[in-house]
Ligand binder design. Structure first.
Ligand SMILES: *Cc1c(COP(=O)(O)O)cnc(C)c1O
Length: 241
């Protein structure tokens, strides 16, 4: 059950089918919305350069990088500790800005200096390297995608099955990183969070602009953690019956 499935509101869907003028200098996307739990499954069809903030789903699945002129991602979700940002920029996109760019904000500065124009945060970079090795050892990006699809299916299936809960995002745009869901009876929210805490589950309170619950199940979250949440939702259903 998805309810209210066709009620498009509060950023619960990815806009599609809009016209993109080919006079645009670029189109900026954010591939995954952590607050509302939506995620692009297909990139917009356009010839204008695409720029994408992939902070919250980088390395969660294979992507066709050739579609983008610029990809950037803060490390702090799927890559490593806060403090380092990954940038992938098409060489032909460099030097195309005619207005004044402060030295530090110009990617050419960092490329020329091999990412050592400033003192790099070596610890954050080192841990990011360890994470990438872990990704490779666990099947690479295809392996990450398989794990994340399995985790997402487990949780969304329970949200759809359990009569107490419903998902925030429309099914076709559901994020595999941030699963936002609600109770039909909001007065039970504190009860559910208490039961979660009893079962060792923390950090499930939704963002203040959506309310309800948010399970952030980035690469690092094991399937067992998602399973525990599903069991807790089932336990809650029995307790409220
Ligand atoms: C997490 C995230 C941010 C916020 O970054 P913080 O430094 O963790 O607050 C910004 N943009 C995107 C796309 C994100 O996923």
């Amino acid at each position: 059950m998805y309810w209210p499935a066709l009620n498009l509101k509060n950023f619960n869907f990815i806009p599609k089918g809009y016209e993109i003028p080919d006079t645009l200098k670029y189109l900026h996307l954010t591939s995954n919305n952590t607050i509302f739990g939506t995620q692009y499954k297909e990139w917009p069809t356009t010839n204008v350069p695409l720029v994408c903030d992939m902070s919250s789903d980088i390395f969660s699945k294979p992507i066709d990088a050739s579609r983008f002129d610029l990809i950037y991602a803060g490390a702090q979700k799927n890559m490593g500790p806060a403090g380092v940002t990954l940038v992938v920029v098409r060489k032909s996109a460099l030097g195309t800005v005619s207005r004044y760019l402060p030295t530090m904000l110009n990617y050419e500065t960092h490329i020329k200096n091999e990412s050592m124009y400033n003192t790099p945060p070596v610890y954050a970079i080192y841990v990011s390297m360890l994470t990438m090795e872990w990704i490779v050892q666990n099947g690479g990006l295809a392996g990450m995608a398989a794990r994340n699809e399995e985790k997402g299916a487990l949780l969304y299936d329970e949200i759809d099955r359990n009569p107490l809960f419903y998902g925030h995002a429309v099914p076709e745009d559901r994020s595999l990183m941030n699963v936002c869901f609600r109770l039909h009876d909001e007065s039970w929210e504190a009860d559910f969070l208490r039961l979660c805490a009893q079962n060792g589950l923390d950090g499930l309170k939704g963002h203040r602009s959506v309310g309800g619950f948010r399970a952030s199940i980035y690469n690092a979250m094991e399937k067992e953690g998602v399973q525990r949440l599903v069991e807790t939702m089932q336990q809650f259903e029995r307790e409220k019956a």
